[in-house]
Structure formats: C-alpha cells, structure tokens
Ligand binder design. Structure first.
Ligand SMILES: Cc1cc2nc3c(=O)[nH]c(=O)nc-3n(C[C@H](O)[C@H](O)[C@H](O)COP(=O)(O)O)c2cc1C
Length: 221
C-alpha cells in the first residue's frame, strides 16, 4: 500500500475473522515497526505476543472495571478518565454500569494480543516535575505502537490500541511476569478485520493547527 493510504485508513479494528495471524507476518510487522524512534534512542519497549486464550481472556477481564467508569462518565456527559476535572459520577453508579460484551471481546477473541510495555528506567520523562499527569514518557513507546498498527494495515491486518487494563497494571504485570520497572503502554488485539473502514472521522487540518501561537490563524494551507 501507499504510505498516504496506510496513514489515512488505519482504523481501530475490534472484530476479527477466524483467520490466523501467522508468526512470519507478525515478525515482518515487528521488523518494520522497530524503526520507530524513542527518547535518546534508548529503545526501552518490550512486546509480549499473547496467543493463549486463557491469558487473553484474563487481560480482557482486567479492562472491565476501567470500562465501567469510562461508560458511566460518558453517559454523564464527562470526558472519561480525563486527569483535569474530577468525576462527579457516584461510585454506586459506576459499579452498576453494565459493560457491553463487545468491550472485552476484541481482546478475548483476537488471534493475537500484544502487550507493549516500556522500561521506566530508561525513558526521558521531561515533565516528571510538573504539576500535571506525565505524557512525555509515552513518546518513547507510542511511536512503536502506532508503527505496529500501520505495518499490520500494510499486511492486510488490523488492531486497536487498548488501554483499559492499564488501570489494573499491577495485575497485568502479575499475569505476564512484567518487571515492576516497566509501565504497560498498550494491550493490542490484532487480527484480520471483519470489515475495512476507509473514511475515518477526523478533524480537518485547520481545526487543530494554527499559525505562530495557540490561538493564531487556522493553518489552512
Ligand atoms: C491512547 C488510546 C487509547 C485507546 N484505548 C482504547 C480502549 O481501551 N479500548 C478500545 O476499544 N479502543 C481504544 N482506543 C481506540 C480509539 O477508540 C480509536 O482509536 C478511536 O476511536 C478512533 O477510531 P477509528 O480509527 O476507528 O476512527 C484507544 C486509542 C488510543 C489512541
């Protein structure tokens, strides 16, 4: 595929056919994705390839509590899990929120789930002393995560970055023997998508790019 097409059509695939994702294809995906950058080129990422159905199911279930809160906040008109405005949704409401089966099936039913972590001992977290949630460390792993999805798309496969289970990171670590110094960055179901989305809903360039300052003139080319 052309690079432009790959970038414009790599969507969040959550439903997969029964087709396998063979190791040799997965290897090619990794072999292309590994050229992603990381801060200081420290390359602290680690990927666990999970095919075991029992482990996939456990990972899917670990995402459920966070999904409960996500959905409850969404229904209350909040931006779920945002780190700026504390949630006004009562815990009883969160606890009684049903999580649709589809929330866990993508991880439970995908032929492969990748668990991507990053070694916090080697990332450059330039914002660690600021009075806000850290974001800079993620820049040392998410380019790799996204490269995986682009490379998978190029091979005719697809997947999704999922993050719900990160709220239960300790348990995810325990399931997979991930060292305590590693942060879990993504749990990615991968497989052959049942359908292909080609028109992604995204803001136009002028909707989020401005000239010279934040409130500057919209960049319309
Ligand atoms: C940081 C991040 C976290 C995400 N977490 C989840 C998740 O936990 N579960 C899920 O189903 N999708 C998750 N997604 C997928 C997004 O919902 C998806 O990329 C977005 O809605 C755009 O979908 P589209 O490409 O199909 O248009 C996540 C995406 C990103 C980038």
């Amino acid at each position: 595929m052309e690079l432009d097409d790959v970038m414009r059509t790599t969507f969040a695939a959550r439903e997969f056919t029964d087709d396998p994702l063979p190791d040799e294809v997965l290897w090619r995906i990794f072999d292309n994705a590994r050229f992603a950058p990381s801060g200081g080129n420290r390359q602290g990422a680690h990927i666990i390839v999970v095919r075991d159905a029992g482990v996939r199911h456990r990972l899917a279930v670990l995402g459920t509590p966070a999904a409960r809160r996500y959905l409850a906040q969404l229904r209350a008109g909040e931006n779920p899990w945002n780190p700026v405005h504390p949630s006004d949704v009562a815990q009883e409401i969160v606890d009684s929120t049903e999580v649709p089966e589809t929330f866990i099936t993508s991880v439970a039913k995908a032929p492969v789930v990748l668990v991507v972590s990053v070694d916090l001992e080697v990332v450059a977290a330039l914002d660690q002393d600021l009075d806000r949630v850290g974001i800079a460390a993620g820049a040392s792993v998410y380019p790799l995560v996204w490269n995986i999805l682009l490379a998978a798309r190029n091979e005719g496969y697809g997947g999704t970055i999922t993050t719900m289970a990160i709220a239960r990171e300790e348990q995810v670590r325990a399931v997979l023997d991930i060292p305590a110094t590693h942060a879990v960055a993504a749990i990615m179901p991968l497989g052959k998508p049942t359908r292909q989305l080609t028109k992604l809903r995204r803001r136009p360039v002028a909707g989020f790019v401005t000239r010279e300052r934040f409130g500057g003139q919209a960049f319309d080319g």
